[in-house]
Design a protein around this ligand. Sequence first.
Ligand code: NOJ
Length: 558
Amino acid sequence: MPTQPPWWQRTTTYQIYPRSFLDTNGDGIGDLPGVIAKLDYLQALGVETLWLSPFFESPQADFGYDISDHFAIAAEYGSLADVRALIAQAHARGLKIVLDMVLNHTSAQHPWFVASQRGRDDPQRDWYIWRDGRAPDGRAPPNNWRSMLGGSGWHFDPRSGQWYFASFLPFQPDLNYRNPAVKAAMLDVVRHWFREGVDGLRLDIFNAIFKDASFADNPFSWRVMPSEANPHGFFQRHVHTIDHPDTLAFARELRTVVDEFVDPPRFLVGEVFGDAATLKRYCGEAADGLHLVFLFETLRTRLNGPAVRALITGFERAFPPPFSPTWVFGNHDRPRAIHRVHGHPERAKLLAALQLTVRGVPFLYYGEEIGMVNHEMPLHEGLDPVAARFRRMPPPLVGWFRRHGILLNRDECRSPMQWHGGPNAGFTPPTATPWLPLQRGATTTNVAAQERDPDSLLWCYRQLLALRRAEPALQAGALTWLDDLGLPGDVVAFRRTLAGDPRPTADVFLNFGDRDVPLELPEPAGRTLVSTLRPAPLPAPHTYTLRAHEAVVLVAAP
Ligand code: NOJ
């Protein structure tokens, strides 16, 4: 048997936004008992690792990404006992649990910041990034550093006459990692949750942790809008605030902390932005940094044969073993994945097949498996603080951003999970009011309806996830192109090979074109063909017509 790569490289991850998953106490807000109640559903779906967006104590001004106590659980989500029950019950089913850890900043209501804000002499003043404003009167920000949303990242505090820095929103002040006490306190948080038994952490805006100690201005750039591939923008290169060498060193330091936990091994996945080479640096030259980083290029790539092939080639080049790419088509900040394929059901299945058969760790977002759509609404109706910040933006521009993968109101991708066609889609009791409105399509697009329909997207996900669990080659095999079959450019075809495994190969054909393609199948004897357009596998024939938007996988017969 070949040596198995670690579990976190072979796993499939499903992101739960707890607030929107299932409400069990009728307050309209999803909760931890709701996640526990759906563990059987998740196990049957076939995902293996659950990442939960933050449920820690928080004023919820950014719905949990503004933590005020990293050790306590916000009452609206449940209790520490619920978290422990979740970990135990997930583990009993063979599922792993990943928490979302916001290391970069806290809530402005965190006792640390409250103390820090008390005055220049407070012992915790230096836990955050405070500076005098520019001369002559200090009423201009200390330098030109911008927040990730544009505008100055500095905020004036009239009480002390100084400014504090926030990479995201003003109520999320950045911690000062140059203070050893801060670093130690946050490493304590990390160790605490690993001791509680969690299997991994997703690290929020990890690229912003260290700012340059010189506080020099960021250099001017003509670049207007930041993107996944290039986080610079708003007319500057964020060289002193993003991707700082000390942040890269911190990734390695954090790794040594994670490596203290060996049974079972744990992992870190970083939210970072940039081109593949920049992202790779977070994983460390010697694979001694973050275990995984999100590769958000997937969120904007065109979904045609040549573009997908170029994307895979780029990821393979940048993240060869022992590194691993990640595959993401949606999350709690981005438009729903189904819009990438204009709601086309067969192309949605094709996208699922790409994500679940290509080399790398897939990250699914709740509701993706039933094709949930964006719940579009006017900006002023949004509860999202980002929507409030951009509330004056004209609707056509909001639409333009949405079409280009940027949600100015992230409520749109956070609408409640659609469990059935009844009242409140089963998310919350009929008499309760869900914290965000349900989608109008919930009566038809829901889990119960799709469970009854073998042609549904949900069935397709289940089939693909089961296939991946059964085929070590799909979890961990090397990827080579099936180039000698003379296929048109619309068809992306590759072989996954795990040398030495009793089931060493899986061949994958993904038809991104609008036309059927005749295929001579390689080595069909004794193999099974699984198709996104068929509810059940069939013995592999010698020739096969690969339909428009169809994906097929060929594996050894069971
Ligand atoms: C990135 C998270 O994904 C987003 O939801 C959050 O608002 C910001 N970081 C700030 O923590």
